[in-house]
Design a binder for this molecule. Structure first.
Ligand code: ADP
Ligand code: MG
Length: 223
C-alpha cells in the first residue's frame, strides 16, 4: 500500500532529512514510526502527501508512483489519504459538523450524502452530541476526534497521523490511539508517527525506527 524505495530527501541548504529509506507497508497494516525529534518523521509524512518530491528514490502509494501524479491532480490525490496532525488543524470559526462536512463538500458530495455520512462519522468517533460545538469549546482529545472524523469521512484507504497525541494528556492519548486501532481493524491502513513509547510498547504493533534520517530498525509486532 505504501512503498518507499531508496528514498532520500535533502532540503535546501543541504539538510539531509531522510537518507536512503526503504519500507513496505501492506494494505490493512498498522505501523508506528518513531525516532528522536529531527530524525525525519514529518518529512516522511510530507513526502507521502506529495508536499514535495524526494531528492532521490521512488514512492508508491496505493499503487501509484507519486512522481507520476501531475500537479493539478495533487489535491485529488491528497483527498484519498486521511491525515491528522498534532495541532488538529480544524476550522476555528466552524462548528464540528461543518468541519467534517467541509471535507465532503470539496469532493462534490451531494447534500444528501453529507447529511447522512457526517453524523455517522461523528458517532464513530464518539462525538455525536457535540456536532454544534466550536472547536475551541472542545477538549484537545475531542478536537482530535473531529480531525479523525474529517480525515475518514471520504473513506480513505490510508490514514496518516503525525504525532496525533502530541498535545494530549495520557488518558486522551490512549483514547485516540485506541480509536486509530479500531479504524485499522475496520480495514484502513494506518501509519502513526509518535513519541509516546509507553503506548507504542503496549500496543504491540509494527515499529519502524528512524534515526537521523536513516532507518534504524523495523520490527513486526511480537505475537
Ligand atoms: P521530525 O518530524 O522527526 O522531528 P522533520 O522531518 O521535521 O523531523 O525534520 C528532519 C530534519 O529536516 C531536521 O533536521 C529539520 O530541521 C530539517 N527540516 C525540516 N523541514 C525543513 C525545511 N523546510 N527546510 C530545511 N530543513 C528542514
Ligand atoms: Mg515531526
Amino acid at each position: 500500500m505504501i512503498t518507499l524505495t531508496n528514498v532520500t530527501k535533502t532540503y535546501e541548504k543541504g539538510v539531509a532529512a531522510l537518507k536512503d529509506i526503504s519500507m513496505d507497508i501492506d494494505q490493512g497494516e498498522f505501523a508506528f514510526i518513531v525516532g528522536d525529534s529531527g530524525s525525519g518523521k514529518s518529512t516522511l509524512i510530507k513526502l507521502l502527501l506529495k508536499e514535495f518530491p524526494p531528492t532521490a528514490g521512488k514512492i508508491e502509494v496505493a499503487g501509484k508512483d507519486l512522481s507520476r501524479i501531475r500537479h493539478k491532480d495533487i489535491p485529488e490525490y491528497r483527498r484519498k489519504i486521511g491525515c491528522v496532525f498534532q495541532d488538529f488543524r480544524l476550522l476555528k470559526d466552524r462548528n464540528v459538523y461543518e468541519n467534517v462536512a467541509f471535507a465532503m463538500r470539496v469532493t462534490g458530495a451531494s447534500k444528501r450524502e453529507i447529511k447522512k455520512r457526517v453524523p455517522q462519522m461523528l458517532s464513530r468517533v464518539g462525538l455525536a452530541s457535540k456536532y454544534r460545538s466550536l472547536p475551541n469549546h472542545l477538549s484537545g482529545g475531542e478536537q482530535q476526534r473531529v480531525a479523525i472524523a474529517r480525515a475518514l469521512v471520504n473513506h480513505p484507504k490510508i490514514l496518516l497521523a503525525d504525532e496525533p497525541t502530541g498535545n494530549l494528556d495520557g488518558h486522551n492519548a490512549w483514547e485516540i490511539m485506541k480509536l486509530l486501532d479500531e479504524i485499522n481493524k475496520d480495514g484502513t491502513t494506518v501509519l502513526v508517527v509518535t513519541h509516546n513509547m509507553e503506548i507504542v510498547r503496549a500496543m504491540n504493533k509494527r515499529v519502524i525506527t528512524i534515526y537521523k534520517g536513516t532507518l534504524m530498525s523495523d520490527e513486526e509486532e511480537a505475537l
